[in-house]
Design a protein around this ligand. Structure first.
Ligand SMILES: [Zn+2]
Length: 222
């Protein structure tokens, strides 16, 4: 990997390049640059990537370093990040690094797998195979759900796993997170554009569900 970075770096005019893997929880890479020297801490989720993927990834990073702007990944990189192979190598690792998960879709009241099936029956989610579903270990009232589209992990706040909360409220949050997976917009970046909202409102009881979520976040539902 260091070799790939040095070779690509030379093309961008860098004479000294260091690169090593680093176990960030999220998929990220950091760097320091002083003149023609650069050192990178590269997400270790790329450890199993083929050389051509690493070369493209490195080129993308050097472009960012030089131009101070985000560069879109090349098709080779994107294809790898969306592959079964990438998930097989990394999903478990990501889950192990996620400290806020109950590590189970089976809650005290609701089973997220049952809710996902209900979304399938409604025709709102087509497959969702390979998605890792879990309740959070602590009931977060302010963040009802989150997902990693890259790792296909969806977590729903256990604040919704309560007899006091109707199943459709939890199902609606699950639908919201599954939509991030389907549209490949990451909830970490809170990507909720008009198209996203339009899809979200295909959920039959969205208005009622949102009212419930407001009540849960106010703490008026125990
Ligand atoms: Zn969202």
């Amino acid at each position: 990997m260091q070799g790939a970075f040095q070779e690509v770096g030379a093309r961008f005019g860098f004479s000294e390049v260091e690169a090593s893997y680093y176990p960030f929880k999220e998929f990220k890479t950091t760097w320091q640059r002083i003149g023609p020297r650069a050192s990178f801490k590269v997400t270790d989720y790329l450890q199993g990537a083929e050389p051509r993927v690493m070369e493209d990834f490195a080129a993308c990073l050097f472009t960012r370093v030089q131009r101070h702007r985000r560069e879109l990944y090349t098709p080779v990189v994107t294809e790898y990040l969306r592959s079964e192979e990438f998930l097989r190598l990394n999903q478990r690792k990501y889950i192990d690094r996620s400290r806020n998960l109950a590590l189970s879709p089976m809650g005290e009241v609701y089973d997220l797998r049952v809710l996902l099936n209900s979304l399938r029956r409604k025709g709102l989610v087509e497959d969702g195979e390979g998605t890792y579903l879990s309740w959070t270990d602590k009931p977060n009232r302010f963040r009802m759900g989150y997902c990693s589209t890259l790792m296909k992990v969806v977590a729903i706040s256990s604040a919704l796993d309560s007899k006091m909360v109707p199943d459709f409220a939890a199902e609606y949050v699950l639908y919201h997170e599954m939509l991030h997976l389907i549209t490949r917009s990451d909830s970490l970046r809170s990507y909720h554009d008009a198209e996203f909202k339009r899809l979200e409102r295909r959920y039959p009881r969205w208005r009622e569900a949102e009212n419930w979520l407001k009540q849960v976040s106010r703490g008026s539902v125990a």
